[in-house]
Design a protein around this ligand. Structure first.
Ligand code: IPE
Ligand code: IPE
Ligand code: MG
Length: 264
């Protein structure tokens, strides 16, 4: 979002910052280490991770976000032991079965991004059901990146465009950023303003590579099951203190103005 068009939002005193991002992407990492550090099996970390996800959605609604994108399973995660993959698929199914009604009730629209074709029919049906039921909701969009890989998404978009060029339906000269973005899974969704990753790792791991061109990044040292409202608020506060420039010269005093506002 270009400087100057960032919406100023009141957040009911939950955080002091005024600049709440419209779209936050979250790389929910560290479930396994959270469990291991407690002598628990990795699945227990994933279970607690689902609880943290529920709380994150509630907080995002309270903070007034328009979009929350959560990275829940990457195309590379198939390389994990088969038992863990089975557990993760089971948790997704349970999450949708248990939480879909409530999400719908509170006005959340669900969008799924990632490769659908290679998923089992029951999971595909659940994903379709979640999108269909909540299609017209407007309070917030929860984008679930499941079996998602950004490079695969970009290659898929290139393939789809190439097909249309070969059929004479698209003139290659008309392919610009906007055209390309409309072939990504995230078509119609604004780019993330902020990407949060838990677990201390500082990498994207194939998440929203195209879309994150001008995102701010916040890396938190805690593991995903420990990500709570407070941690979310602190990431948003950090975001609010950043000066986004989008390649321009920006307004150098913005950070100072923010600090002046929040420091006694
Ligand atoms: C994130 O936690 C959940 C998924 C990737 C599905 P991890 O399972 O990656 O936990 P760590 O990084 O091994 O601790
Ligand atoms: C990224 O975490 C994927 C998800 C959170 C779903 P990983 O744990 O798979 O990433 P790497 O392997 O540490 O890069
Ligand atoms: Mg991990």
């Amino acid at each position: 979002m270009p400087e100057g068009t960032t919406q100023e939002r009141e957040t009911a005193g939950k955080i002091r910052a005024a600049d709440v991002p419209a779209h936050v992407g979250v790389i929910m990492d560290g479930n396994g280490r959270w469990a291991a550090s407690r002598g628990l099996p990795r699945i227990e970390g994933h279970r607690r991770g689902v609880e943290a996800l529920r709380a994150a959605v509630r907080a995002a609604l309270d903070f007034g976000l328009d979009y929350l994108t959560v990275y829940s399973f990457s195309v590379e995660n198939w390389s994990r032991p088969v038992e863990e993959v089975t557990d993760l698929m089971g948790l997704l199914k349970r999450f949708i079965r248990n939480d879909l009604k409530e999400l719908h009730k509170v006005g959340v629209r669900v969008r799924i991004i990632g490769v659908r074709e290679s998923l089992s029919p029951d999971i595909r049906a659940l994903l379709d059901e979640a999108e269909d039921l909540t299609r017209d909701n407007t309070r917030m969009t929860l984008v679930v990146a499941f079996n998602y890989g950004s490079r695969q998404e970009i290659a898929g978009a290139a393939r789809a465009i190439a097909r249309k060029v070969a059929q004479g339906l698209i003139d290659p000269e008309t392919i610009d950023e906007q055209c390309f973005a409309s072939y990504l899974d995230t078509a119609g969704i604004p780019d993330p303003d902020l990407i949060i990753r838990t677990s201390g790792e500082q990498r994207l791991s194939n998440f929203l590579l195209w879309q994150a061109a001008y995102a701010e990044f916040v890396f938190l040292p805690l593991h995903w099951p420990d990500f709570d409202r407070q941690a979310f608020a602190s990431a948003l506060t950090e975001f609010a203190s950043r000066e986004r420039r989008f390649g321009g010269v920006g307004s150098p005093s913005k950070k100072q103005r923010f600090l002046d506002r929040i420091l006694p």
